[in-house]
Design a protein around this ligand. Sequence first.
Ligand code: PLP
Length: 427
Amino acid sequence: MKLENLYQKMGIEKKVYAYGQKIEEALKERFAAIDKTAEYNQLKVIDAMQKHRVSDIHFAGTSGYGYNDLGRDTLELVYAEAFHAESALVRPQIACGTHALCIALSANLRPGDELLAISGKPYDTLEEVIGIRPSCGSLAEYGVTYRQVDLLADDSFDWEGIKRAITPKTKMVHIQRSKGYQTRKTLSVLEIGAAISYVKSIRPEIICMVDNCYGEFVERIEPSDVGADLCVGSLIKNPGGGLAPSGGYIVGKEACVEHCAYRLTSPGLGKEVGATFGVMQSFYQGFFLAPTVTAGALKGAIFAANLYEQLGFSVVPDGQESRHDIIQSITFGTPEGVIAFCKGIQAAAPVDSFVVPSPAPMPGYDSDVIMAAGAFVQGSSIELSADGPIKPPYAVYFQGGLTYEHAKFGILKSLQQLVKEGITNVP
Ligand SMILES: *Cc1c(COP(=O)(O)O)cnc(C)c1O
């Protein structure tokens, strides 16, 4: 059977397929550059694994306290090495990205300290961690105050505003690389580095934490290469490579990471405890695959941007601009557009392709959210997934794809659904 016919059999009409081919054809050079970045990062990861003599003994699991878990301790050395950081905490006990960020913040802030966010409002789920929205157990309840400086209209840092907001109470600065549920630009690692240098020039002891979710391996450098004291993310996003079944990581300065370990487990125990139950092989193997998996997801995002941009939808990032995370947002302007897009993504999944997503309230979010995910790991967003809060401007946030081929199929399915519902048409 010809490829085109196989697509047809799987629900992609000829005209939608042909339009997709035309878009893809024009992206060859972009894709080749992404492959080069993947090659660079692949070597970086292998180098770190070789240096720390990763061996199959490291894949054995521990139980109980997890004392002397060689696999866990070595993986933390590998992460620290690959991120060029002093230390790392990489654990299955870290439940998700929000948890990792919550640990990093609450471990390094004390009552009376102030947290300053300099890239605008943090990711939705952090609002309750910080206490921007009153919440049980928030930093606000523990007497940690919060200030925020928004990015300027052109999405650059507000240098004057940052200077004015730094006070003797400012203990930590929060910078978010990815846009999250916003339509701003994602920050490049170099832009983040400039902001860290600026903060340190005002008060060198301020701890700069970067929310690195979705950014890992998109560039050749990470925030830890440009002065971040803490760099934090989820293992069911880029660095888990699709294989990690759960978990999060924190890399950075020795003292800051040590504080995190005491917060994650317990004062006095720190890094010494925490069994790994046999998940280590998937953590190592996922990290090994992460550079190429991230590259596939990135190509999918660029394909989607160009495909929808040329149909007249507003897309962030746009079809041409350089990429610093794997998120693509597409603004449909109506709930119907968001819902149709998510239906298409779901219908392309290897798992749960037969279910139809619909909007519902979600813990941590302040509006109904629709989520499409047919994933091997529940909620994994390095796997092809899409979600959209059902509120203006009715944008969908799309990410992942363990392979570019799957991402492409998902995007074509989404377009097919929009065409079928008469929301758009292909030229
Ligand atoms: C996903 C994400 C988080 C939260 O991670 P969860 O694993 O969903 O808890 C935080 N910040 C950003 C920018 C994210 O993309």
